[in-house]
Write a protein that binds this ligand. Structure first.
Ligand code: SAH
Length: 226
């Protein structure tokens, strides 16, 4: 059960923005190995076309990343699903930090599943648009901040779960320091041509167990604000 379902008015649409297109995407995610039905249901009920330019609406429910301006992309639905299910696998996190708000889609998927989402974006214009979408969808459990996400969000730490949606060579120290001792972090790590989705899980003693989940392709984690 979603803790914060979107209002029915969020799902109005026609043609390729219809429920049928979302249902097809949900089947594809299942076929491609996504197992958490809560995550599949949330993606089925989230209007991804609201997060991209009108010219791309006919492609909103394809399983591909799409441009959102400023050289950035909205992630592929399968990747959003895989990262979300990996974050929730060991129990429901109460406070989740996302680095890289982008279109706001991943934050909106999370906000329907967990009590509180914090998201940080370095490009002000993208954040402004994402905030408008959060308001339009009636979600009040997302807090967002214009900042360099490599610094995390110290005032709100610790977080039970952290998700990075841009890839760096390593997880920034400040971000890892803000993970609770038994928290879960999911992030793409590596160079632009060779990235791996990793999950780190705190063992409660200050150490982390690290796993590799998939090969992925994300935009780079940059420093400073844009
Ligand atoms: N989660 C997004 C994916 C956006 S792409 C979505 O669902 O649409 C990754 C985003 O990370 C871009 O918007 C980019 O500007 C942002 N980003 C890159 N480096 C960052 C940093 N150091 N701090 C905050 N955001 C960053």
């Amino acid at each position: 059960m979603n803790v914060h379902p979107l209002p029915p008015s969020a799902l109005k649409g026609e043609g390729m923005t219809s429920q049928r297109a979302r249902d097809r995407l949900a089947v594809k995610l299942k076929d491609e190995g996504i197992r958490d039905q809560r995550v599949i249901d949330v993606i089925r009920n989230t209007p991804r076309h609201h997060f991209i330019d009108q010219a791309l609406h006919s492609r909103a429910y394809e399983n591909t990343a799409l441009p959102i301006g400023h050289g950035q992309t909205i992630s592929q639905p399968w990747v959003v699903a895989r990262m979300t299910e990996a974050l929730l696998e060991f129990g429901m996190p109460q406070k989740v930090l996302e680095i890289g708000t982008g279109s706001g889609y991943q934050a909106v998927v999370l906000a329907q599943l967990v009590p509180q989402v914090y998201t940080v974006e370095r490009i002000e214009e993208l954040l402004r648009q994402a905030r408008r979408r959060f308001r339009q969808l009636g979600l009040s459990n997302i807090r967002s901040r214009h900042d360099d996400g490599k610094l995390g969000w110290a005032d709100e730490a610790p977080f039970d779960a952290i998700i990075l949606t841009a890839a760096g060579d390593a997880i920034p120290h400040a971000v890892l320091d803000q993970l609770s001792p038994t928290g879960v972090l999911v992030a793409p790590v590596g160079s632009p041509s060779n990235q791996t989705l990793i999950r780190m899980r705190g063992d409660g003693q200050g150490d982390f167990v690290q796993e590799e989940l998939a090969a992925v392709s994300f935009v780079p984690l940059l420093g400073g604000i844009g």
